[in-house]
Design a binder for this molecule. Structure first.
Ligand code: PMP
Ligand code: GLN
Length: 378
């Protein structure tokens, strides 16, 4: 039986985390926090379970959770969404992305995405028969070249995918990017799939430019978010997607047959937990401090940082250390020096190798300090 994805192996995140474990390396590869989550929310989940909230949630998500999400979106982005028809809770952003693509991308439909791209985008497009059109972000700024985008739009272009703050580059899109996208999407009748899982992890006083801030853009966008990032619980796999009702109706047709619904007690706990704004507003300062701690402790190292404006990833260039391929460098770093990172070339369709490694700084200070002590000596 022919494979639908003959070129796809195991995700780099599994590969590097396994290697880190086997070689006793400090794992700064796969993106997840190594510190405890707030006990308050753990107790809430426990309480909801004990109270008997253990059966299927409604297909689009627990109403209480959708209501608080709608309120936070209104307060954060000045955008009014109907909790009933325009928000769907999903098992992480991954399924939200897949369901959005399954709903709108069919055989031969082209989807524009930017490399380096998060690893689930391309296979999700292809599994649904779509044609991924990979365009490189400009090097070394990792900005979008909008002229290139304009030149690559065809009558088959159905969707354009953006990601801000960006994984793995840590760059953010600004108002002019969103305005340009708004015009292009309108002119060519495109849908926009906007991956905003790092919306709260944004640094140096910037504001996050969500598609939801731009009414004309929001009218043709599917925006994806993840509680895994915001509340340090990647293992809970809960996120959500926001889209106008007519689009959401189609997304739900796919979602209901991919997973149907998301676990009930965690949704109810999240709904209660989110009532206190500081719990999500404090994220930017929290992670900015971690970024700065990591960079400070790297001072004097031969690794060169690329500016990180958001997300919990720091790119480091190793050009001054070695000219070997980034996959080989990541392997050597993990096995010999005991610090695991992600080679960035795996996020490029053509495996462009700029000698960059991605380090996750969502870690305890002691973990970061230990890793930096090693990195400074290389
Ligand atoms: N998009 C991006 C850019 C991500 O970094 C991640 C998580 N690493 C996801 C989507 C998936 O999020 P989730 O774990 O909520 O499925
Ligand atoms: N999003 C996380 C990262 O970029 C990993 C997610 C996963 O392991 N699938 O590291």
């Amino acid at each position: 039986i022919p494979s639908r994805l003959p070129d796809v192996g195991t995700s780099i995140f599994s590969v590097m985390s396994k290697m880190a474990l086997e070689h006793g390396a400090i794992n700064l590869s796969q993106g997840f926090p190594d510190f405890a989550i707030d006990e308050t929310i753990v107790h809430l989940v426990h309480r909801y379970m004990l109270e008997g909230h253990n059966q299927y949630a409604p297909m689009p998500g627990a109403p209480a959770l959708r209501q608080i999400i709608a309120r936070v979106i209104r307060e954060t982005y000045g955008h009014t969404v109907d909790a009933e028809t325009e928000i769907t809770v999903t098992p992480g952003a991954t399924e939200a992305i897949f369901a959005a693509i399954a709903a709108f991308v069919g055989p031969g439909d082209e989807v524009i995405l930017f490399d380096p791209a998060y690893d689930s985008y391309d296979p999700a497009i292809r599994l649904n028969g779509g044609v991924p059109v990979h365009l490189p972000l400009q090097y070394p700024t990792f900005a979008i070249d909008w002229d290139m985008v304009r030149a690559r739009i065809t009558p088959r272009t159905r969707m354009i995918m953006i990601n801000t703050p960006h994984n793995p580059c840590g760059v953010t899109l600004g108002e002019s990017d969103l305005r340009t996208l708004e015009v292009l999407a309108e002119q060519h009748n495109l849908l926009v799939l906007s991956d905003e899982v790092y919306e709260r992890l944004i640094f140096d006083g910037q504001q996050h430019h969500s598609v939801l801030r731009y009414p004309m853009l929001a009218a043709r966008s599917l925006a994806v978010f993840s509680f895994g990032k915001t509340f340090h619980a990647t293992g809970w796999k809960v996120g959500y997607i926001v889209a106008p009702a007519a689009l959401m109706q189609e997304v739900r047709k796919a979602h209901q047959f991919i997973v149907f619904s998301v676990n009930t007690p965690v949704q109810l706990a999240l709904a209660e937990y989110m009532q206190v704004p500081d719990r999500y507003l404090s994220l930017a300062a929290f992670y900015q401090q971690k970024r700065d701690f990591f960079l400070e402790h790297l001072r004097g190292s031969s690794f060169e940082p690329v500016a990180c404006k958001g997300s919990y990833f720091q790119l480091l260039s190793y050009k001054n250390i070695s000219r070997q391929a980034d996959t080989a460098m990541a392997e050597e770093l993990t096995k010999k020096f005991k610090v695991a990172a992600i080679p960035v070339s795996v996020f490029y369709q053509d495996r462009t190798d700029n000698h960059l490694l991605r380090f996750c700084f969502a870690k305890k200070e002691e973990t970061l300090a230990k890793a930096c002590e090693i990195l400074r000596k290389i």
